[in-house]
Design a protein around this ligand. Structure first.
Ligand code: NAP
Length: 352
């Protein structure tokens, strides 16, 4: 693909992930946003739904069926929707980036077990590259189809994978405790997202059996992980952001602070959006999703306890940016041959 301005389109553009895609792509020097599709808002201006986009180029929603052929087609639909028409979307976009879960797992039987339905196009699973640039940069560069990861999954994988690759976490159990902002549930309202129920909540909505467990496990198993992985998710009173706190239990004396620094530095030395945060002073000594809002950064911090018998890793990001749309644009940059950071330089706000 030549690194000129590429024709792009977004389906699911009225959703939260779709809105963030539009925010980033409308300001991207290499993207020409041709169309944005919504079934409910077809014919309405995009700014009606996404008021933050008011002063950018005027754009009107079209229906998904009206999307014309383009260079890169972004899909941001509820889980299980993109697979229903993927044959068609592959003919519409020369390249396709899907933010949903449908093509994240390699095995159709994993989909059936964790998403409790049959996969509708298992033959297409192999065409998709798992879209975390920090772990799959070369494959994404040459991919024509990319599956964006789950937001807890990307925070967890970025925190854990270097430890696995450097032999710092072996057997036993690893526990991921995820605290989630409300936008992770998408724009469609429900009883549980109704303001009086959601505001002020600290709700254990998935103490066990979180779907991202399989996504994280498969990526780490490919690096030789042989531990049992447990994920717990709690909805907290925040709109954007995820903090995953990962508990690893090494053998006494097996892991030092120097080992952990070395692993992260080795894995992320060339990754512009991963920052290791472990300060001795100041308010923000460890990763804190609040100050990552709107940015494409994932921050990772850690602390060792009890002679190294517990290693606590904190990994934070904005679920709609590095956890979804920003990460997808980072993949788009690689697929198109643009510098990886193009359109993603926003440093965030403080105070916020
Ligand atoms: N929210 C996050 O933090 C996050 C993070 C990572 C990944 N993701 C993934 O990104 C995807 C989108 O999430 P979201 O939070 O943006 O959801 P959302 O806010 O509910 O948006 C989904 C959009 O898809 C459209 N849609 C639904 N069914 C469709 C269909 N059959 N054909 C065409 N359009 C359809 C809907 O708009 P219309 O009804 O107007 O068409 C809706 O606006 C999900 O698969 C999710 O797993 C989300």
């Amino acid at each position: 693909m030549s690194p000129d301005r590429l024709k792009v389109a977004v389906i699911g553009a009225a959703g939260y992930g779709g809105g963030e895609l539009l925010r980033l792509l409308l300001a991207h020097p290499g993207a020409d946003v041709r169309q944005a599709a919504s079934r409910r808002f077809a014919g309405e201006p995009v700014a009606l739904v996404h008021p933050n986009l008011r002063s950018l180029r005027p754009l009107v929603f079209c229906r998904p069926e009206e999307i014309s052929p383009c260079d890169v087609l972004f899909l941001s639909l509820p889980n299980g929707e993109s697979m229903k028409s993927m044959d068609r979307w592959l003919k519409t976009g020369t390249k396709v980036v899907d933010l949903g879960a449908d093509f994240r797992l390699r095995r159709a039987e994993d989909w059936k077990q964790w998403y409790e339905s049959d996969h509708q196009c298992p033959d297409l699973l192999d065409r998709f590259v798992y879209g975390i640039p920090e772990i799959n940069r070369a494959a994404i560069r040459s991919a024509s189809c990319v599956a964006g990861p789950g937001c807890e999954a990307i925070a967890s994988i970025l925190g854990l994978r270097p430890l696995v690759r450097h032999g710092l976490v072996r057997g036993g159990a690893v526990v991921i405790d995820a605290k989630m902002g409300s936008s992770a549930a998408g724009a469609r309202p429900s009883d549980s997202t109704h303001h009086p129920e959601r505001a002020g909540a600290v709700r254990s909505y998935r103490p066990t059996g979180h779907r991202h467990t399989v996504e994280i496990s498969r990526i780490l198993e490919a690096e030789g992980a042989n531990f049992s992985l447990y994920v717990t998710a709690t909805a907290i009173d925040m709109v954007r952001g995820i903090l995953v706190t990962i508990h690893v239990f090494p053998d006494a004396g097996a892991v030092t602070e120097k080992d952990v620094w070395k692993a992260y530095r080795a894995e992320y030395g060339d990754s512009p959006f991963v920052r290791i945060v472990k300060e001795n002073r100041g308010l923000y000594r460890f990763p804190e999703p609040k100050i990552l809002q709107g940015t494409n950064f994932c921050e990772i911090g850690f602390e060792l306890e009890n002679g190294g018998r517990r290693l606590v890793v904190m990994s934070a990001l904005d679920n709609l940016v590095k956890g979804a749309a920003g990460n997808a644009v980072q993949c788009f940059n690689l697929m198109a041959g643009f510098p990886e950071t193009t359109g993603l330089e926003f440093p965030g706000l403080h105070p916020v």
